[in-house]
Design a protein around this ligand. Sequence first.
Ligand code: ZN
Length: 178
Amino acid sequence: MNGLVLVSRAADFAAQRHAGIRRKGRAKEPYINHLAEVAALLADATEGADAPLIAAGWLHDTVEDTPTSREELEREFNADVATLVAECTDDKSLAKDERKRLQIVQAPKKSARARMLKIADKTSNVRSLLTSPPDEWERERLIDYLDWAEKVVAGCRGLNAKLEKAFDEAVAAGRRSL
Ligand code: ZN
């Protein structure tokens, strides 16, 4: 499949699967904004050279958060895209604390492109917590989130300076706001 077709189809598929879902923050942004941001960060960082990675950016939360299977992604797109998404999908049968611990432990073992996707995901999450924190979030939880995101990203570094810079700037802005 041609790269532009792949990315456009991925955006369309993600928009349909996450239709009507909003982020937890006060601004209640449509969830698709998060996916568009992650895909754009990856497109920018790779100068558009890796269409399957950008497609996976659009699709990275479909298996975790919507009724979508890895097999379906493989059928609709290809094995490369499906594997990238699977690498960035938490096991939801585990408790939240355990999932968060595993993200730190497993990040360095992921493929290079999955690690780039994880940095882009965390960058978008940190940015949205700053512009639109969930109502019940207090300072402590923001500090905890920034500390945790930095630990996950520590295991993803050394691949793409542009992505790392975007993440570091988001975290620095977060710490300044505390
Ligand atoms: Zn995400």
